[in-house]
Design a binder for this molecule. Sequence first.
Ligand SMILES: [Zn+2]
Ligand SMILES: [Zn+2]
Length: 84
Amino acid sequence: MNSCAVDGCDKHVKAKRLCAMHHQRLRRHGDPMFSKYRMVKKACQKNGCEEPVLAKGLCRKHYYFQRRTGQEALVTGTQPHSSS
Ligand SMILES: [Zn+2]
Ligand SMILES: [Zn+2]
């Protein structure tokens, strides 16, 4: 039986144990499940933050920080020492 190696996909294998569609995704994105990942999992827009999105493209931490301070979340740890 030659069916696609991807779970839930029973199309005929074209190459590398994947059907034509999944083989193309593998070639294009390096991952046959590419689009599924993108639909299921959304990550925070903040650079380097991979927490799942809560609202407005931000994770819980960054979303509440922004609401609380009314501004963009700054890089944690950097506090401008301004004494005038
Ligand atoms: Zn497939
Ligand atoms: Zn975040």
